[in-house]
Design a binder for this molecule. Structure first.
Ligand SMILES: Cc1cc2nc3c(=O)[nH]c(=O)nc-3n(C[C@H](O)[C@H](O)[C@H](O)COP(=O)(O)OP(=O)(O)OC[C@H]3O[C@@H](n4cnc5c(N)ncnc54)[C@H](O)[C@@H]3O)c2cc1C
Length: 472
C-alpha cells in the first residue's frame, strides 16, 4: 500500500484522460504521488442537482451496474466513508445470499444469511458520489467538456496531451505522467502507431450478448422479501434477466440474450422475451408495475484485451487503465472492480520505486496479471456457447469448464457451494477455491451418483418451482 506523497519529487503533474470510474479511481491514487492531477473529460459534467442525468460518454449507465464486494472495499479504502454516503443517498443494501433470488442451472438456490453485503445503486449515483469526493481533493483539477485529441511526445516518453474545449483552439498540457482511461474506444493503439510504435495485439472473445433494460417504479404496497432477482443464462439456453434495485425506489430490469438472441426494445417483444425465461417471476413483475423509461439496448459486449504488457517498446511516462486495456462481457459485473484493482496496482508500483523510469512497462505487466483472473472467468463462461467467436481455449480451460459445470450444478443443493460461487464472483476468493477438498468431494459424489447431468433447458421451458425463503 502506498504512503502519502511517497518518494516522487514535488511539483509533479499527472494528466488522466477520461473521468469515468477507471479515470477517477486512478486519479485518486495519483494524488498520493503527484502535486497536481488534471482529469480531462470529454463530456460536460453537471452539478450535483443534475446527478441523475445520463451523459453520452457512458451509455452503459442505462443498464444495471453492480459494484462487486471487492470493488466496494477498494472504493471505501480510497474514499473512507463513501459507502455510508451511498447509503445516505438511498442506495439499497443487499445481502447477496439472503436478499437475492438466484435461479441456477438446476433451480433456485437456498437463501441464508452471510457477510456478502454491498450497496446497489444506479451507475450515475455511484459515479457522482465518487466525483464529489474527488473534487474535494485540492490536488485535483477537472477539465470537463474537453476532449484529448492527441499525445505529446519526445519519441522516448509521452510528455503531455493536446486538448480541445468546444470550438476553442487546441491547447497543450505538459505532464510527468499521462494515463489513458478513455474506455473501450481508446485511441491509444492508433496514437502509438502515429508515434512510430507497434500497436498492441488484441484478443477478442465475443458471445454476441445483448442487453435490453428498462427502469420501473417499485409499487409502495408490493409485498416481497428480496432485493434482487438473477435468472442466470445457462447454455445451451440463451436468455436471462435481472431485477436490480436502485435509489429512488426504482428497479432496473435488464434482459439479456446470448448468441445474437438480442432482447427486443419494443414493449410487446420485451414482455414476450421476459415470459420466455426459465422463471416467470420477471414477466409477472413487469406486468404489474409502472415503467419510468424507454427500453434501452446495448450490444457491444465482447471481451477485448489489449496486450500492452507484451510490447517490447512502449513510451515512458504513459499508462493505460480500465476498459481501455481490457473490457469484459458486462454480464459478470467485473469492469468497475477490475478498474479499482488496477488503481491499487498503480499505487503499489508508484510506491515501490523512487522515480518514473520503467514505470510504464512494469505497470502494464502487473496490470495484466490482475486482469488475467476476471478475463479467465468471463471468457471461460462465454465459451460455453458454441456461437461464441474469437480467442482460443486450452485443454486445461476446457477441463476447468467441465469441472465448474459440476460445481454450478451443486449450487441449488449446497449453501456452501453457492456462497463460494458468490465469493469468487465478488472477487473475494480466487477460482482455485473451487478445488478445495470439501467441494471436490461433493463434485465427485455427484458424478458417481449420476446426478451430474445438466437439465439442458432451452428458452421457454420453465424450471421454476416455488420461490425459496430465507433459512435462519
Ligand atoms: C451494458 C454494460 C453494463 C455494465 N455493467 C457493469 C456492472 O454491472 N459492473 C461493473 O463493474 N461493470 C459493468 N460494466 C463495465 C463498466 O461500465 C466499466 O468497466 C467501467 O465504467 C470502467 O470503465 P472506464 O472508466 O475504463 O471507461 P468508461 O466508463 O467507458 O469511461 C470512459 C470515459 O472517457 C471519456 N472519454 C473518451 N474519450 C475521451 C477523450 N478523447 N477525451 C476525454 N475524455 C474521453 C468518456 O466520456 C468517458 O467518461 C458494464 C458495461 C456495460 C457496457
Amino acid at each position: 500500500m502506498g504512503s502519502a506523497n511517497s518518494c516522487i519529487a514535488t511539483e509533479k503533474t499527472a494528466v488522466v484522460m477520461g473521468g469515468s470510474i477507471a479515470g477517477m479511481l486512478t486519479a485518486q491514487v495519483l494524488t498520493k504521488h503527484f502535486d497536481r492531477v488534471i482529469i480531462v473529460e470529454r463530456d460536460l459534467l453537471k452539478e450535483a442537482a443534475e446527478q441523475t442525468e445520463q451523459r453520452p460518454g457512458v451509455p452503459q449507465s442505462f443498464h444495471a451496474h453492480a459494484l462487486l464486494m471487492r470493488g466496494q472495499q477498494i472504493l471505501e479504502y480510497l474514499f473512507p466513508g463513501i459507502v455510508t454516503e451511498l447509503a445516505d443517498s438511498d442506495a439499497s443494501v443487499i445481502n447477496w445470499t439472503a436478499d437475492c433470488l438466484w435461479l441456477s442451472i438446476r433451480g433456485w438456490v437456498p437463501r441464508f444469511d452471510s457477510q456478502l453485503i454491498t450497496r446497489t445503486c444506479s451507475r450515475n449515483l455511484l459515479e457522482w458520489t465518487i466525483r464529489k469526493r474527488l473534487t474535494a481533493n485540492e490536488r485535483v483539477e477537472w477539465r470537463s467538456a474537453t476532449q484529448v485529441t492527441g499525445l505529446l511526445t519526445n519519441q522516448v516518453s509521452v510528455t503531455g496531451v493536446r486538448i480541445r474545449t468546444a470550438n476553442e483552439p487546441e491547447v497543450e498540457i505538459f505532464a510527468d505522467v499521462v494515463v489513458d482511461a478513455t474506455g473501450r474506444n481508446s485511441r491509444t493503439p492508433h496514437w502509438l502507431q502515429a508515434m512510430g510504435y507497434e500497436p498492441p495485439q488484441e484478443t477478442v472473445v465475443n458471445s454476441f450478448l445483448g442487453y435490453a433494460s428498462r427502469w420501473y417504479e417499485i409499487p409502495a404496497d408490493l409485498q416481497k422479501d428480496w432485493n434482487a432477482v438473477y435468472i442466470t443464462t445457462q447454455a445451451p439456453g440463451t436468455r436471462g434477466g435481472v431485477i436490480y434495485q436502485v435509489e429512488g425506489n426504482r428497479w432496473i430490469i435488464t434482459l439479456v440474450g446470448v448468441g445474437r438472441d438480442y432482447p427486443p426494445t419494443d414493449e410487446a417483444g420485451f414482455l414476450e422475451f421476459a415470459r420466455s425465461l426459465r422463471s416467470p417471476i420477471i414477466y409477472e413483475t413487469i406486468k404489474k408495475i409502472q415503467p419510468l423509461s424507454p427500453i434501452y439496448a446495448y450490444k457491444r459486449t465482447e471481451n477485448c484485451l489489449h496486450h500492452y504488457e507484451k510490447l517490447s517498446r512502449f513510451p515512458e511516462n504513459f499508462l493505460v487503465v480500465g476498459d481501455a486495456v481490457c473490457s469484459f462481457n458486462p454480464v459478470y459485473g467485473q469492469g468497475m472492480t477490475t478498474a479499482a484493482l488496477g488503481a491499487m496496482t498503480l499505487d503499489e508500483c508508484l510506491s515501490q520505486q523512487g522515480n518514473l523510469i520503467g514505470l510504464s512497462r512494469r505497470f502494464q505487466k502487473q496490470l495484466n496479471k490482475v486482469i488475467s483472473v476476471p478475463w479467465m472467468i468471463a471468457t471461460g463462461e462465454d465459451f460455453r456457447w458454441s456461437t461464441t467467436e474469437g480467442g482460443q481455449t486450452s485443454l486445461i480451460n476446457k477441463l476447468m469448464q467441465k469441472y465448474l459445470e459440476q460445481v454450478l450444478m451443486l449450487q441449488s443443493q449446497s449453501p456452501e457451494v453457492h456462497q463460494l460461487f458468490l465469493e469468487v464472483m465478488h472477487m473475494q476468493k480466487q477460482p482455485r477455491a473451487f478445488f478445495h477438498p470439501r467441494i471436490l468431494m461433493q463434485v465427485l459424489k455427484q458424478i458417481f451418483t449420476s446426478q451430474g447431468q445438466g437439465e439442458n433447458l432451452t428458452n421457454g421451458e420453465s424450471l421454476a418451482t416455488s420461490l425459496p425463503a430465507v433459512v435462519e
